[in-house]
Design a binder for this molecule. Structure first.
Ligand code: ZN
Length: 310
């Protein structure tokens, strides 16, 4: 009888107990809108779609903005897009004024561009009881040498910023370019094909990052997921939420994810590649990631995106 009870308890543990949920912070780069120039009406539709999808799925998120995008005759309407993010309870961080690369910009100019990137955002945040605390490197490029990176990050620290790292990504910008192009040509079939491929790739990428984290740290860390403020993501939020749920990943605010002690590890990467942080730690620890199983972006998406941006 005892062994029967034991077996029952084991069965419960195997099938009845909820799986422990991991954490993931969603971050959206290039606010208010990623990609090609958009009219105010297009930008409003994109922002509305993204925020509705986040709210519907109860997903907290932070967006990283480039204030250069706000310039022009529609400035007030474009600033209002950022206000919508804050009104929806989302956060905003600094992604530089003009989306420069630290690899290709002198440090003093890069610092000035970062400071300029908070001109409008800082008072907007203050009006919502928030302060600007997070910086995300454009292209994830953190300078050609460790000395430049350390010097810039010392400036960030002195100005109350922390770097928002990336420990999960899905090449969403590549798919987004192809999707935007298809929509622009009115080719719904091509757009929906690109979206299907995007979601298939996202499911594979999320699973890979979980595996890579275990390979590096023996456990699943709290992930920070890089996405972009694209029409593709605006049209995919329900499906992305489902992928996260299938992976037992619970969306949390960036601060919560950053409480994982892994983010206290200083990495020694000082090279030009805009790598995410698992790769940077892999470099620091001389420990390989399972890149042999990294999913490939479909060749058609890759080729179309390259042709579009050539
Ligand atoms: Zn960016």
């Amino acid at each position: 009888m005892a062994s029967f009870r034991c077996a029952l308890a084991l069965l419960y543990l195997l099938i009845g107990a909820p799986l422990r949920a991991g954490d993931v912070a969603l971050t959206f780069d290039d606010l208010p809108t990623y990609g090609r120039f958009r009219t105010v009406a297009e930008a409003q539709r994109l922002t509305g779609g993204l925020l509705d999808g986040l709210r519907r799925n109860r997903l907290p998120a932070i967006g990283f903005d480039n204030e250069k995008q706000l310039e022009g005759p529609d400035k007030a309407a474009r600033i209002a897009l950022l206000t919508r993010w804050l009104d929806a309870g989302m956060q905003i961080g600094n992604h530089g004024y003009a989306h420069l690369s630290l690899d290709r910009t002198p440090l003093d100019r890069y610092v000035a561009d970062t400071a300029r990137g908070e001109t409008i955002t800082r008072p907007l945040l203050a009006a919502h009881g928030e302060t600007e605390r997070w910086f995300r490197y454009p292209y994830l490029e953190s300078g050609n040498s460790l000395a430049v990176r350390r010097a810039f990050e010392a400036w960030l620290t002195a100005h109350g910023y922390r770097v928002a790292p990336v420990t999960m990504e899905n090449a969403d910008w590549e798919f987004a370019d192809v999707y935007d192009d298809a929509l622009g040509r009115g080719d719904q079939a091509a757009a929906s094909r690109a979206r299907d491929q995007y979601l298939e790739f996202t499911a594979a990428a999320v699973a890979w990052y979980r595996k890579a984290s275990v390979a590096l740290f023996g456990r699943e860390i709290r992930f920070v997921f890089l996405l972009h403020a694209s029409q593709l993501n605006a049209d995919s939020m329900d499906a992305i939420a489902a992928i996260l749920a299938n992976n037992h990943l619970k969306p949390v605010r960036l601060e919560t994810a950053m409480r994982d002690p892994v983010y206290r590890i200083r990495d020694d990467y000082g090279g030009p590649d805009g790598d995410e942080w698992l790769s940077r730690w892999s470099f620091t620890f001389h420990k390989d990631l399972p890149f042999e199983s990294f999913p490939a972006v479909p060749a058609g998406i890759d080729a179309t995106e390259k042709a579009l941006t050539r």
